[in-house]
Every structure is written in C-alpha cells, then in structure tokens.
Write a protein that binds this ligand. Structure first.
Ligand code: SF4
Length: 257
C-alpha cells in the first residue's frame, strides 16, 4: 500500500473512559457471570482479536467456568500467534488450539494449490471450510454455549447483531457480549488493563484473519475491507458465523430486553 495513503489506526488513547463505558463494563461482567452460571460447557471462540482479548480478560477475572479456544489455521501471521502466547503468559491460562485436518489440507493443496483461494469465491470458501469451519465444529461439539467477539460496528453485515442468539444449527446458545460496544470502548478496555494486542493493528490492519487474506486498510474504508479484499463485499464471511441454518435471536441474557 502506498506510504502516502492514510492508513486505518486504532482509536486514539484517551485519559477518560468513553461515554457509557461504566455501564458497558458492568453489563459485560454480569453477562459473563450469567453465562458461567447457566452453561457448564461454554467456550469463547477466540480469533485473538482485540475483542477476544478483552473477552478473555473479562472471563479470567470473573472466574466463570468458560474455556477459550482459537483455530490455528496454519496460515496465521506470527504477530497473531504471539497474542496467544502473551495471553497464556500473562494470565496463566491455556488456550485450546484447534487445527485443521492435515489430510483435508493436503488434498486441497494438492488439487488446487496452497493459495487457490485467490482464484474464486468457491475455492476460498472451501479453504475456509477446511481450515476454520471444520475445526470450529469440533471445538463446539458437546458444548452448550459459545461466545464471540463480534460487534455491530464491524460493518453493515453485522449491524443487527444481537448480544444473545440461539444457534439453531448447533442447538446451543451463542453470545456476542460486545455486540453494542463502540470501537472506543473496546480499545479503552484493552488499554486500561494493558492487554496484549496484535502488532498488526498498529500497521493499519483493522480486522485480522489469515495472513494471505488480510491486509491494512485506509482510514476511510469499512473495517472489514482488508479481509478477502479481492472479493465482493457480499461474500465476505468465512462460514464461522454464517451457519447452514439461521441463528435465531432470543432474549438478552441479563437485561431481558
Ligand atoms: S482466510 Fe484465507 S487462508 Fe484462511 S482459511 Fe480462509 S481462505 Fe484459507
């Protein structure tokens, strides 16, 4: 990307919390505690994003019996993997690591090539199925709830995201505790607790997935513009959150609204 282009940057650090932050924090803690009380086999599906680092911290400091896992697709940046190591060192927790089936990866690479995802949406989605979706299904097998760091501010495709959904495809609850959080609140939380963050954020990456499918964006672009940038916006999900059947919205866990 041209060095003269103004890249996306995280929200500037502020000395005071953003408006509404205390209420968001209070509700987050209540939500995490309620999930821990109502679900014995809940897990955070972490992408090691700033949101998932915030959720990991909220879980660890709540003592809620919620596990966390991330999917090492085999194509992650070293900067992303460093976040997992930093979280484990900082909090003394062990993140479960899910990996794709090596036979499926080898078959895809052998038939299409390692970077065939650039050749079309179908091949891109097949790569995501093998490297992300199938490991996710294994990670969620036997669980009664899962948590994600998705937020409405991530873009129009997530504008109607609920805090609490029912994942019909898997028959389990799904929580997006940060759904309503603005960028400023997420980054304030991370800075307040000096949480380990992916170094790629400081290089203009607003959303970080696999290395060959993520890049820095300009300040004026949609936050997810750097993901699969060669595709139309309509195809930009990896399948982790768009399941074969709809996800139904049910009542919010704490407030009941
Ligand atoms: S994000 Fe790219 S490399 Fe990662 S699983 Fe999807 S297509 Fe494959």
């Amino acid at each position: 990307m041209n060095a003269t282009v103004e890249l996306w940057r995280p929200p500037p650090a502020a000395s005071a919390p953003p408006p509404g932050f205390p209420a968001l924090l209070r509700e987050l803690r209540l939500t995490i505690a309620a999930i821990g009380q109502r679900h014995a086999r809940a897990a955070l599906a972490s992408s090691l994003s700033v949101e998932d680092v915030v959720l990991t911290h909220a879980i660890v400091t709540s003592d809620a019996p919620i596990e966390a896992f991330f999917i090492d697709t085999g194509r992650l940046d070293a900067e992303t993997l460093a976040v997992a190591a930093a979280l484990e060192a900082r909090f003394g927790v062990e993140l479960l690591i899910m990996r794709p089936d090596p036979r499926a990866v080898a078959a895809y690479v052998g038939e299409h090539g390692r970077d065939a995802f650039y050749d079309g949406v179908a091949l891109r989605k097949r790569c995501c199925e093998i490297r992300k979706v199938e490991p996710l299904e294994r990670a969620l097998a036997g669980r009664d709830a899962w948590l994600t760091g998705q937020r409405r501010a991530h873009g129009p495709e997530r504008a109607r995201l609920a805090e609490h959904e029912f994942d019909i495809a898997r028959g389990i609850a799904k929580f997006n505790p940060l759904a309503a959080w603005p960028d400023a609140a997420v980054w304030h939380y991370a800075r307040q607790f000096d949480l380990p963050l992916n170094a790629l954020y400081a290089r203009g990456y607003a959303s970080i997935g696999c290395a060959p499918c993520s890049r820095a964006i300009r300040a004026v672009e949609d936050p997810r513009a750097g993901r699969w940038w060669w595709e139309d916006a309509a195809s930009k999900e990896c399948g982790l959150h768009v399941t074969p059947s709809a996800v139904a919205t049910i009542a919010r866990v704490v407030s009941g609204t």
